[in-house]
Design a binder for this molecule. Structure first.
Ligand code: C2O
Ligand code: CU
Length: 500
C-alpha cells in the first residue's frame, strides 16, 4: 500500500491523467445495456411501433421515483381502424412502463376512476404485505373516485409487471396491466437495442366493444377465456425494422388473462434466455422456443436474420394447455420483422451471461402437498376449481414461519394446465430427483401442466402476512383456484412469547 503511494507521487501528474483515462475506460466497459457503453446497431426509428410509454417521474431525488396512475376507461387504438373503449392506466394499453433502479423507492399515487373498485398488485416484487394489493388479504379495494398511495423500496432487478386484483379476469382482460422494469446499474449484458414486449390479448366485437367478462358461462370459466385479438405492447401485429444479424434484448411479459405464448422466430433463429421471472438466471441457455404461461416473464437475446429488404415474423405457436386448447387452431402472428436494406451485421456473437446463485438447502424443509382440483358442488351442481378440493372461499391458509423453507409438491388433477403464481416470494423449481433445475432461476409463476406434478422450493423471509397463490389463468383464480400462506412467527416463538 505504502509503496504504491510512494510510486504514484513520483509519477506525478502524468499518472493522474493515465489513471483518469483508465477509470473512464473501465467504467465504459462495465456499463449496462442502453448505457453509453453499447451503441445501437439498428436503423433509426426501428422500434417506433413498439416503444412503450414510460411513467413520468416527478420526484427530483435520483433514488426516488414518484408517479401518478389513474385507472380510467379510455379509447385506445389496437390497429388502424380498430378502436375500443378499454380499461386503462393513464389512457394506454399497456399502462405506462415503470422504470426504476434496484433499491429505488417507488411512490405511486393511484386514483381509481373506473366504474368499479380496483387495486394495483405488483406481480413478482418482494415488498411488504400492505403494498400487495389484494382485497380480503392485504388491502381494502380502492373505490371509484378514491385514491391510494403505494410506497415501497424495490428489492430485485428484473422484469416484473402490475395489474389489478379485483375482478381480475375482467379488469386485466379489459386492458389493465403494465410492465415494471427494474434495472441494475452494475449489470454488464451490453446490448444497446432493447425492448420490453408485453404480450396480451383482448376480446372485442367487430364494432369495437369489449365482450362481457362472463362470455361462454361455466365452460368459458373452466377453459379460461382468451381474447380474440392478440396484442404486443397494446397493438395488433406491430412492426419492427431491424438490421439482419444485429443483437437485440427482449424482456417479455405474458400479461394475458389466460393465453400461453410459445414464441418462435423461424428456422435457425434461437432465443438466448438470460433471465426469467426474478432477474438473470444462473447462466444463459439457448432455446428454439420460449413458452410463457400467463404471468411469466423471460429476458432473451435474439439476432433476427433475413434478407435485406425482406420480412420475417415473430409467431406464437400452438401450446397444448389442456382439453380443447389446440384443436382446430393455428399459430398467431405477433410482430412483423422488416429487414432494413443495410448489409447484415457480422459483429460479435451474442454474449453469454451468468449470475452467482446458490441452490436452497432443502434438508429439514417442510413438505406441503397441494392438489389442483375441479369439483362439483353436490348442492347446486356448479363447478369450482380448488386446491385440495376446496375453492378459495372455503380454504384455510397454509401456515409458515418466518425464515421457514418449504417444498411444495403440486399435482394437477385437472384437464387444464395452471400457471401457478405465489405472491411476494421467489421459488426454485425442482427436478424429479428433488434437485433445483439448472440453470437456477428465481420464479414466481410456474406452469403446472395438466395431469402432471411439479415440485418447488420456497424460503419465506421476514415479511409476515397472508400471501395468496393462485392460477394466473384469471378465470381459474376467480373460479376458485386460489389459496394463501399465512406467514408469521414460527410456532416455537409463539410459545416463547406466551411464556414470558
Ligand atoms: Cu399477477 Cu395475484 O397476481
Ligand atoms: Cu388455471
Amino acid at each position: 500500500m505504502r509503496r504504491r503511494c510512494h510510486g504514484e507521487s513520483r509519477l506525478g501528474p502524468a499518472w493522474t491523467t493515465v489513471r483518469a483515462v483508465l477509470t473512464a475506460l473501465v467504467a465504459a466497459a462495465t456499463m449496462g445495456p442502453g448505457a453509453a457503453g453499447a451503441q445501437s446497431l439498428q436503423p433509426a426509428g426501428w422500434d417506433a411501433d413498439l416503444r412503450l410509454a414510460e411513467a413520468v417521474d416527478r420526484n427530483p431525488d435520483p433514488d426516488v421515483v414518484e408517479v401518478d396512475f389513474e385507472a380510467r376507461v379510455a379509447k385506445v387504438e389496437l390497429a388502424p381502424g380498430l378502436q375500443v373503449d378499454a380499461w386503462t392506466y393513464n389512457g394506454t394499453i399497456p399502462g405506462p412502463m415503470i422504470r426504476v433502479k434496484v433499491g429505488d423507492r417507488l411512490i405511486v399515487h393511484f386514483t381509481n376512476n373506473l366504474p368499479r373498485p380496483s387495486t394495483i398488485h405488483w406481480h413478482g416484487l418482494r415488498i411488504p404485505i400492505g403494498m400487495d394489493g389484494v382485497p380480503g388479504y392485504s388491502q381494502d379495494p380502492v373505490q371509484p373516485g378514491e385514491t391510494f398511495t403505494y410506497d415501497f423500496v424495490v428489492p430485485d432487478a428484473g422484469i416484473y409487471w402490475y395489474h389489478p386484483h379485483v375482478m381480475s379476469a375482467a379488469q386485466v382482460g379489459f386492458g389493465l396491466y403494465g410492465a415494471f422494469l427494474v434495472e441494475d446499474p452494475a449489470e454488464t449484458v451490453g446490448i444497446a437495442d432493447d425492448l420490453v414486449l408485453v404480450l396480451s390479448d383482448i376480446d372485442v366485437t367487430e364494432d369495437g366493444k369489449l365482450l362481457p367478462a362472463d362470455t361462454g358461462g361455466t365452460v368459458g370459466m373452466l377453459f379460461g377465456r382468451e381474447g380474440n385479438q392478440v396484442l404486443v405492447n397494446g397493438r395488433r401485429l406491430p412492426e419492427l425494422v431491424v438490421r439482419s444479424g444485429a443483437p437485440q434484448r427482449w424482456r417479455l411479459v405474458n400479461a394475458a388473462k389466460s393465453r400461453y405464448f410459445k414464441l418462435d422466430l423461424g428456422e435457425g433463429n434461437v432465443f438466448r434466455k438470460i433471465g426469467g421471472d426474478g432477474g438473470l438466471t444462473e447462466y444463459s441457455e439457448d432455446h428454439d422456443f420460449i413458452v410463457l404461461g400467463a404471468g411469466e416473464r423471460a429476458d432473451v437475446l435474439v439476432t433476427p436474420t433475413g434478407d435485406p429488404g425482406g420480412e420475417g415474423l415473430v409467431r406464437s405457436l400452438l401450446h397444448d394447455r389442456g382439453y380443447g386448447s389446440i384443436f382446430g387452431r393455428d399459430f398467431e402472428s405477433l410482430v412483423t420483422i422488416r429487414f432494413a436494406d443495410d448489409p447484415p451485421y457480422e459483429g460479435d456473437p451474442l454474449p453469454r451471461t451468468s449470475r452467482a446463485m446458490e441452490p436452497y438447502e432443502l434438508d429439514g424443509a417442510t413438505e406441503i402437498d397441494l392438489e389442483l382440483t375441479l369439483q362439483e358442488d353436490p348442492h347446486d351442481q356448479t363447478f369450482a376449481y380448488g386446491i385440495n378440493h376446496v375453492p378459495f372461499w372455503k380454504a384455510q391458509p397454509i401456515l409458515a414461519g418466518l425464515g421457514e423453507t418449504q417444498v411444495w409438491t403440486v399435482t394437477n388433477s385437472t384437464a387444464w394446465s395452471h400457471p401457478l403464481h405465489l405472491h411476494g416470494f421467489f421459488f426454485m423449481v425442482l427436478d424429479d430427483a428433488g434437485d433445483p433445475v439448472r440453470p437456477l432461476e428465481w420464479k414466481d409463476t410456474v406452469d403446472i401442466p395438466h395431469e402432471r406434478t411439479v415440485r418447488l422450493a420456497v424460503r419465506f423471509d421476514e415479511r409476515p402476512g397472508t400471501w395468496i397463490f393462485h392460477c394466473h389463468i384469471l378465470d381459474h383464480a376467480d373460479g376458485g383456484l386460489l389459496s394463501a400462506v399465512h406467514l408469521d412467527l414460527p410456532p416455537e416463538d409463539f410459545r416463547n412469547l406466551a411464556e414470558h
